[in-house]
Design a protein around this ligand. Structure first.
Ligand SMILES: Cc1cc2nc3c(=O)[nH]c(=O)nc-3n(C[C@H](O)[C@H](O)[C@H](O)COP(=O)(O)OP(=O)(O)OC[C@H]3O[C@@H](n4cnc5c(N)ncnc54)[C@H](O)[C@@H]3O)c2cc1C
Ligand SMILES: NC(=O)c1ccc[n+]([C@@H]2O[C@H](COP(=O)([O-])OP(=O)(O)OC[C@H]3O[C@@H](n4cnc5c(N)ncnc54)[C@H](OP(=O)(O)O)[C@@H]3O)[C@@H](O)[C@H]2O)c1
Length: 537
């Protein structure tokens, strides 16, 4: 009897890859299996690619971390996230310290930002806006540990999201100049909200955008606040600082919102006794007088009234004024030379003062028609229309969360896409908070907006939210899902996004006849396939 001889396994792992003969044989067998599965030709992997796939092998950061990130959930508190990252390399702990929204405000996603800090290619530790002071403090303390270790030698190119901008492409580090065109109030009389439809002219700016992306812009501080700070500092407005004057730097260079730890540190150096102890405690994140949450820069100066830091040292102790992001609410297929945003105005009481959200009141109240505006498009965001125009889409966007869906609908109308479109919109009151009501009615009449489901939280005695409406029409939602619909969620990250996901899981369980665990797995699979995308903040 002749014995069949197995063909030799082709050598797909290069001889230079850092493996023992045994490991190389295992990997070659593994890849040979993959090749025979799809039958396609194959290009041998690079030494780095092979190394990354070997169990227990070091990755490009010189550690063996598996890459999973159980802390990557924006609803987890920082201490819980840090607990999940225990025992992991410093770069993973740094990622856990970030707010997990992948919102792009720092210019990266959370993972890339942490990898860049640890490889010493990003020095700024205070860029995570949703993480605020808590994240900045944790990053600082992790960074001190990093200072003791040499920077890992990175063997591959830059992480994907860190695209070094060509000087001609507008970016966060190289913004373009647009022109402010107009603002129009989206709420009617009786609303508790102040939300604006904003339009910005991009003609000649070099900015190009796609629906689903976010628009970054650099606001300026309210001049009344700037002048109040100058007065409280008891410094001359024209004090020279780095070729500019104090008033200018306070207007567009530094954040006047939460007072940073560095400012309290500065005060602790300039005073003694009980005030010094208080300043030191505040710098360490403690709350000696129970007022830490209310201390913006002006309140901090007033708390330490009489201590007069040098204006230059004072400015150095503040955080830089960061750009803000807004979901793009228009399609360039309608007019590539302009972009629209939907902006909710932030105003709240801070002791006896009204604190103004910097960017939202800049757009909603301060900037004048035709004034220049520094801006860019934030592209690092996996949120966009399906490639196939016939794919049905379900869009869930209460409040300003509706912004990208106006853009999606405009785009699908302009491109005559055949796919069905279902929008869930919700807000406080139908009479005064129905954004873009006429436009959506027009889109419905034209057949572009297949279905519009509404939820008004303050019309009745009980709260009623978009997820309540979703549950009511769960059978139809399930039917759209089985037809291959993509689901999109935009708006509040802290509560709404989680509640909507929970409702979808319930709908899948009930109408798809699955257990809760199977329904959770189903939604997780939708996410993996890019069929469940979120733009939350
Ligand atoms: C990807 C992305 C897309 C976004 N899209 C939109 C959008 O389409 N529309 C939109 O309106 N916003 C959107 N935002 C939010 C936007 O970027 C700003 O965060 C928002 O406009 C507030 O910025 P601001 O400068 O006006 O306020 P800030 O000066 O930054 O003040 C806001 C801060 O004030 C504090 N605060 C707010 N209210 C209170 C209160 N009642 N009590 C105490 N403290 C309070 C909170 O710490 C809050 O973070 C988006 C954010 C991201 C990351
Ligand atoms: N920090 C916070 O507590 C908080 C809360 C909300 C929004 N925001 C932020 O405020 C900004 C603008 O808000 P916005 O204009 O888009 O409107 P919004 O304040 O988010 O409200 C839009 C609608 O969503 C409803 N809503 C509240 N909680 C919800 C939940 N858990 N699930 C589903 N819907 C819910 C609101 O109802 P009711 O208001 O009647 O409950 C309202 O009808 C965003 O940046 C958002 O992140 C912050």
């Amino acid at each position: 009897m002749s014995q069949s001889v197995a063909p030799p396994i082709p050598s797909l792992v290069p001889e230079t890859a850092p493996f023992s003969a045994e490991q190389r044989a295992w990997l070659n067998g593994f890849f040979a299996g993959l090749v025979s599965l799809d039958g396609a030709g194959v290009t041998a992997l690079s030494a780095e690619q092979s190394a990354a796939l070997m169990p227990g092998a070091t990755n490009e950061f010189g550690d063996t971390d598996s890459g999973d990130a159980p802390w990557h959930d924006q609803t987890l508190a920082l201490p819980d996230r840090m607990k999940l990252a225990e025992g992991r390399p410093l770069r993973r702990k740094m990622m856990a310290a970030m707010a997990q929204q992948d919102c792009g405000q720092c210019g990266y996603n959370c993972e890339d930002y942490s990898n860049l800090i640890v490889t010493k290619r990003e020095e700024r530790l205070n860029l995570c806006v949703p993480g605020g002071k808590e994240t900045a403090r944790m990053l600082k303390s992790l960074h001190e540990e990093l200072g003791k270790a040499p920077a890992p030698v990175v063997k591959t190119a830059e992480p994907a999201a860190k695209v070094v901008p060509a000087t001609s492409i507008p970016s966060r580090d190289n913004p373009a100049i647009g022109t402010f065109l107009s603002r129009a109030r989206l709420n009617r009389a009786g609303s508790e909200k102040e939300t604006w439809h904003i339009e910005i002219n991009l003609a000649g700016s070099g900015i190009a955008y796609t629906v689903g992306e976010s628009f970054g812009l650099f606001p300026t501080n309210d001049l009344a606040l700037v002048d109040a700070v100058i007065k409280a500092l008891d410094a001359p407005a024209d004090f020279p600082i780095g070729g500019r004057i104090l008033r200018e730097v306070l207007t567009d260079g530094v954040s006047l919102a939460p007072a940073p730890d560095m400012l309290f540190q500065l005060y602790s150096y300039l005073t003694g006794g009980a005030r010094r102890q208080k300043a030191k405690a505040l710098a360490a994140g403690e709350d000696p007088d129970g007022d830490a949450a209310t201390l913006d820069v002006l309140a901090a100066i007033e708390k330490f009234r009489g201590i007069r830091p040098d204006p230059e040292a004072f400015i150095e102790a503040l955080d830089p004024l960061q750009p803000r992001l807004y979901s793009i609410a228009s399609s360039p297929k309608v007019d590539a030379g302009r972009v629209a945003l939907t902006v909710d105005t932030v105003r709240y009481k801070l002791n006896t003062r009204t604190r103004l959200g910097v960017a939202s009141t800049f757009l909603g109240a301060r900037i004048r028609e035709n004034a220049p505006i520094k801006c860019y498009v934030q592209k690092a965001h996996a949120f966009g229309l399906p490639a196939d125009p016939t794919t049905p889409i379900i869009m869930i966007g209460p409040g300003t969360g509706v912004a990208p869906f106006r853009a999606f609908l405009q785009e699908r109308m302009a491109t005559k896409a055949k796919g069905r479109n279902w929008l869930f919109f919700g807000h406080q009151r139908s009479a005064c908070d129905f954004f873009y009501e006429d436009e959506f009615a027009g889109m419905k009449a034209k057949g572009v907006l297949t279905r519009l489901s509404l939820a008004w939280s303050r019309d009745g005695a009980e709260k009623f939210y978009v997820q309540d409406r979703m549950r009511e029409v769960g059978r139809d939602l399930w039917s759209w899902l089985t037809d291959g619909a993509h689901v999109y969620v935009c708006g509040d990250a802290k509560r709404m996004a989680k509640d909507v996901e929970r409702a979808l899981v319930e709908i899948v369980a009930q109408h798809g006849a699955r257990s809760t665990d199977q329904a959770i797995a189903f939604v997780a699979e939708l996410k993996k396939q890019g069929r469940y995308q979120q733009d939350v903040y």
